[in-house]
Design a protein around this ligand. Structure first.
Ligand code: PLP
Length: 390
C-alpha cells in the first residue's frame, strides 16, 4: 500500500481531528521506523514519549505474544495476576510510600482518577495547576490544563473548580493554596509546552504549601515517568515526594495503560463503586508493563537516559547559532527553543528529508523524546543534521 492510498482512506473515513504529516510506517525495530515510502527513519519522537524500549523489543514482543495466547482481557470482577505483578513492580520503583496503584487506560484517565481521589480524600473541590501545563483531554484533566486554547470550546463541560499559577512561581503558588484546595497537579517538566523546567525550590514550595494546608500534591508523570528524565520519575530530580503520581505513556511500551500510584491511606477512600474502567489494567497491558519495567531495570535504561541526555545537551549547547534561543532538558527529554516557529518547522522538515523524525511543540521548540535505548551514534546523527541545517 502507498502513502497516498492511506491518506485518501483516512480523509474519507476518519474524524479530521489531527493535523497529520504525509508519512505512514509499516513497522519498526529499535529506534528505526520503516516507512511506506520505502525509507527508514530514526525516530526521536517515540510515539510522543511512549515507545521507551523502541519498536519490537524482543522481551516486550515475547511477553505480549504469550499473554495474547493466554487471555488478553479478564474483567476487574476477578483477581488479575498480571495486574498485581505490575503494581508490585511499580511499587518497587516509586518514591516514598506510594505503594498502591490503580490502573486505567491513558494519561488523562490517570489524572481523572487522581483528581477524584483528591476530592474524596480532602472533601474539598478546588484544583490548582500550572499555566502552560498539559494534563489531557477529558473533562477534569482538561479543566486542570492551564491553556485556554484547549479549554475554550468545552467550557460548559468543565466546572469552575480550577485555578492556575505560573509554573515555577513560588510566591504565587503559596498565595493560592488554601484550606479549600484539594490538590495541586503539576508536571515535573512541562512537556507539551516545550520542555520547560522549574527549580527544585519551586517543587519544594509546592510540597510544603500542600502539606501545610492539607492539600494533596499530585505529580503528572505521564510524560516524564519511567526513566524519561534520567530518574524513574521526574520529581525525583528535585528530591520531593508527592502524594500521588500519575503515569501512562512509557508504561505499556506501546499498549494503552495508565496508572495512579498513591499511599495506603489516600487510596483507601476509593472504595468499591467509586471508580473503575472495563479495560483498566487488563492482563495484556499489564504483561507488557511488566516487561517494560523488567527491561528498564535489567538494561540500566534509567542511567542510560540520564547519561546520554546529559552528553547530548552538552553537545547541543556547543552549537553556536543565533537561531537557537535556549536548550533545556533532563535525561532524554530535551527542548531546543528556536527563535521562530518558521525556523523550527524548517529544521523539522530538513531532518525528515534526511531520515530523522523530531517534533515541534509549543510553536518554536524542537522536542527530542526518543526511545530510551537510543545510542550515542544515533544522537550524534541528529546533532550533525541540526548543525548542517543551521
Ligand atoms: C503530562 C501529560 N499529562 C497527560 C497527558 C494526556 O495523556 P493521554 O494522551 O494518554 O490521555 C499527556 C499527553 O501528552 C501529557 O504529556
Amino acid at each position: 500500500m502507498e502513502i497516498k492510498d492511506i491518506k485518501e482512506k483516512s480523509s474519507k473515513y476518519l474524524f479530521q481531528n489531527y493535523g497529520r504529516a504525509d508519512l505512514a510506517f509499516e513497522s519498526g525495530e529499535g529506534c528505526i521506523l520503516h516507512g511506506y515510502d520505502g525509507k527508514d527513519y530514526l525516530d526521536l519522537v517515540a510515539g510522543i514519549a511512549v515507545n521507551a524500549l523502541g519498536y519490537a523489543h524482543p522481551d516486550w514482543v515475547s511477553a505480549v505474544q504469550k499473554q495474547a495466547a493466554r487471555a488478553a482481557h479478564i474483567s476487574n470482577l476477578y483477581l488479575i495476576k498480571e495486574q498485581a505483578d505490575l503494581a508490585e513492580k511499580i511499587a518497587s520503583v516509586t518514591p516514598g510510600e506510594l505503594n498502591r496503584t490503580l490502573f486505567v487506560n491513558s494519561g488523562a484517565e490517570a489524572n481523572e482518577a487522581a483528581l477524584k481521589t483528591a476530592v474524596r480524600y480532602t472533601g474539598r473541590g478546588k484544583i490548582l495547576s500550572a499555566l502552560d501545563g498539559f494534563h489531557g483531554r477529558t473533562s477534569a484533566s482538561l479543566g486542570a490544563t492551564g491553556q485556554e486554547k484547549y479549554r475554550k470550546s468545552f467550557e460548559p463541560l468543565i466546572s469552575d473548580s480550577y485555578g492556575y499559577f505560573e509554573f515555577g512561581n513560588c510566591e504565587q503558588v503559596k498565595s493560592m493554596v488554601g484550606k479549600d484546595t484539594a490538590a495541586v497537579l503539576v508536571e515535573p517538566v512541562q512537556g507539551e509546552s516545550g520542555v520547560r523546567i522549574a527549580s527544585a525550590e519551586f517543587f519544594r514550595t509546592v510540597r510544603d504549601v500542600c502539606s501545610d494546608n492539607g492539600a494533596l500534591m499530585i505529580c503528572d508523570e505521564v510524560q516524564t515517568g519511567l526513566g524519561r528524565t534520567g530518574q524513574w520519575y521526574g520529581i525525583e530530580n528535585y528530591g520531593v515526594v508527592p502524594d500521588m503520581i500519575t503515569m501512562a505513556k512509557a508504561l505499556g511500551g506501546g499498549l494503552p495503560v495508565g496508572a495512579l500510584s498513591s499511599t495506603d491511606e489516600i487510596s483507601s477512600v476509593m472504595v468499591p463503586g467509586t471508580h473503575g474502567t472495563t479495560f483498566g489494567g487488563n492482563p495484556m497491558v499489564c504483561a507488557a508493563g511488566c516487561a517494560v519495567i523488567d527491561v528498564m531495570k535489567r538494561d540500566g535504561l534509567i542511567e542510560h537516559s540520564r547519561e546520554t541526555g546529559a552528553k547530548w545537551i552538552r553537545d547541543l549547547k556547543m552549537i553556536d547559532s543565533p537561531d537557537i534561543r535556549e536548550i533545556r532538558g533532563l535525561g532524554l527529554m530535551i527542548g531546543i527553543e528556536m527563535n521562530s516557529s518558521e525556523n523550527a518547522l524548517r529544521i523539522q522538515k530538513y531532518c525528515r528529508d534526511n531520515g530523522v523524525l523530531i517534533n515541534v511543540c509549543h510553536g518554536s521548540t524542537l522536542r527530542l523524546i526518543p526511545p530510551l535505548i537510543l545510542t550515542d551514534a544515533q544522537k550524534d546523527t541528529f546533532t550533525a543534521l541540526l548543525k548542517e541545517c543551521l
